[in-house]
Design a protein around this ligand. Structure first.
Ligand SMILES: [Cu+2]
Length: 147
């Protein structure tokens, strides 16, 4: 007659595991991050990466920062009448299971005033802030523009 209480305990364990999974912080990841090596004396650089939302819910990126730069923001490049323009992106929503690509000519990280002089091969930290308060850590590798 010990079967019934035993099943009850198992159910509780399963419920606990499920709620821990919902709070799992690493279901949003930054992959293949890189920075285009800017010309010497340039005060800004552009960063790119793939942001993957493996969570079961949509997330929204609301800010980005890095210890390697004074200021980091999300931008989007668009072409208007053949002229390339940039606008700030205050909120970047990513649906559950979706991937957003930051790449040349589109969404990018605007990296202002690097703390150290950038050289090819450097690996710099990146941190994204989500609307729900979570932080996502990533890396950006500095690469030559031409490749
Ligand atoms: Cu920009």
């Amino acid at each position: 007659m010990i079967t019934k209480p035993f099943v009850g305990v198992l159910l509780m364990l399963c419920a606990g595991a499920a709620s821990a999974g919902a709070a799992e912080p690493s279901c949003v990841v930054v992959e293949q991050g890189w920075v285009r090596l800017p010309p010497p004396s340039a005060s800004m650089a552009a960063g790119y990466a793939t942001i993957r939302n493996g969570c079961k819910v949509a997330v929204t990126v609301v800010a980005a920062d890095s210890r390697a730069f004074d200021d980091v923001s999300l931008h989007e490049s668009t072409r208007v009448d053949g002229v390339s323009r940039m606008r700030a992106v205050e909120r970047l929503p990513i649906a559950a299971g979706a991937t957003v690509e930051l790449k040349p000519g589109g969404l990018h990280l605007m990296l202002m005033q690097s703390v150290d002089t950038l050289t090819a091969g450097m690996v710099l930290p990146l941190r994204l802030s989500l609307a729900d308060g979570r932080k996502v850590e990533g890396m950006l590798q500095v690469r030559e523009a031409a490749r």
